[in-house]
Design a protein. Structure first.
Length: 111
C-alpha cells in the first residue's frame, strides 16, 4: 500500500502524518504512565517517612509516661497528618523504668 502511494504521490503525506501522530501518542501515554507511577510511589514514601517519625516520637512519649504517678507499659495514640490517620502503639517489655530493667520496646505505626 505504501509503495502504491509513494509511486503516484497521492496520500503519502496523510499516511506519514498519521504514523507520526500514532508514534507521538504512544510516547505521550508512556510518559504519562511513568509520571503517575512516580506520584504514587512518592506519596507512599511520604507516608512511610511520616510513620517513621511518629514511631520515633513515641519513644520519648513512652519514656515520659514512665515517670508519671501511674506509668503504663502500653501507649496508644492517633495522629492525623495530611488527612491520613496514623495509629501508634508503643509497648514496653519488662517492668519499665521503675525497675530499670526494660527488656524490649516495640512501636507499631499503622496508616
Amino acid at each position: 500500500m505504501l509503495r502504491q502511494l509513494k509511486a503516484n504521490n497521492q496520500g503519502i503525506v496523510f499516511v506519514t502524518v498519521l504514523m507520526v501522530i500514532i508514534v507521538m501518542m504512544i510516547l505521550t501515554v508512556s510518559i504519562v504512565s511513568l509520571n503517575v507511577t512516580q506520584v504514587l510511589r512518592t506519596s507512599g514514601e511520604v507516608k512511610h517517612v511520616q510513620a517513621e517519625y511518629l514511631a520515633l516520637g513515641a519513644i520519648p512519649y513512652l519514656y515520659a509516661n514512665q515517670w508519671t504517678v501511674s506509668p503504663d507499659n502500653t501507649i496508644t495514640y492517633t495522629e492525623t497528618l495530611g488527612g491520613v490517620p496514623f495509629t501508634v502503639v508503643a509497648n514496653l517489655g519488662g517492668p519499665g523504668l521503675g525497675g530499670y530493667n526494660t527488656t524490649s520496646l516495640f512501636v507499631n505505626v499503622t496508616y
